[in-house]
Write a protein that binds this ligand. Structure first.
Ligand SMILES: Nc1ncnc2c1ncn2[C@@H]1O[C@H](COP(=O)(O)OP(=O)(O)OP(=O)(O)O)[C@@H](O)[C@H]1O
Ligand SMILES: [Mg+2]
Length: 235
């Protein structure tokens, strides 16, 4: 579904991603784990078209999207739930969800997807007229995921959905990520520092450190790998 080959990304003179290649097969959940500053957000932002590449290639469904504008990538089915959620605080929950569908014209499809998002996260429907800024962190994360789903994606990229969220809501959100993957057949690229949870729900993982993929493997192998246990799972 998503194939990334040898990408390099620079901030000014400083290279933040050196030569990153990853592959996310259709229908799978693949996780990218790594410490603070490793380059996880930089990778997702470059895949969304928000940061220019200085080398490499990005393919979605076998089509080269390396030079596509961000909104074109969304229209092609690639959605991004950014780090820190970035909901529109002064808009209502319903308005935030509408924004997610702004490129679409299929009114019936939009209302079906809205019903699906409200079914997935009933809290959002209960609070739909409320300003998004009044939601808790976990509820804002639900809203950010719902907004991404409103673009009718085929591939969803999530940047640290558990960040700053109460453990009980993290559990709910991870269960929903699995549900979206299974019921909607959505391909998912999950960036996480909660390595235990991420490896539990994914089938394959990559470990990134200072802009390089250090190693990769099935989530089960990574869970049992002493290097992963020591560096990311508290031994
Ligand atoms: N706008 C920027 N300008 C310059 N350097 C940046 C910028 N954003 C990130 N960096 C640097 O690029 C590197 C990778 O940062 P990035 O935010 O991608 O890491 P991350 O893995 O997402 O970390 P975190 O877990 O803290 O979110 C870091 O060294 C960071 O300081
Ligand atoms: Mg980050």
């Amino acid at each position: 579904m998503l194939d990334v080959a040898n990408i390099k990304v620079k901030y000014g003179q400083i290279e933040a991603l050196h030569d990153v290649s990853i592959s996310v097969p259709e229908g799978k959940i693949v996780t990218l784990i790594g410490a603070n500053g490793a380059g996880k957000t930089t990778l997702l932002r470059s895949l969304s078209g928000l940061l220019p590449l200085s080398n490499g290639k990005v393919e979605l469904h076998g089509e080269d999207i390396t030079r596509e504008k961000p909104h074109r990538r969304v229209a092609r089915g690639l959605a991004h739930v950014p780090e820190g959620r970035m909901v529109f605080a002064n808009l209502s929950i319903a308005e935030n969800l509408e924004m997610g569908a702004f490129l679409r014209k299929d009114k019936d499809g939009i209302s079906k997807d809205l019903a699906y998002v409200y079914e997935l996260f009933p809290r959002l429907e209960e609070r739909k007229r409320q300003q998004a800024g009044t939601l808790s962190g976990g509820e804002q994360q639900m809203l950010a995921i719902g907004r991404a789903l409103m673009s009718a994606p085929q591939c969803l990229m999530l940047d640290e959905p558990s960040l700053g969220i109460a453990p009980i809501l993290t559990r709910i959100i991870f269960d929903k990520i699995v549900e979206i993957n299974q019921e909607r057949k959505l391909t998912i690229l999950l960036v996480e520092q909660n390595v235990n949870l991420a490896l539990e729900i994914s089938s394959f993982g990559y470990v990134i450190e200072t802009g390089n993929i250090l190693f990769e493997g099935s989530s089960q192998d990574l869970r049992n790998d002493p290097r992963v246990r020591e560096a990311y799972m508290g031994g």
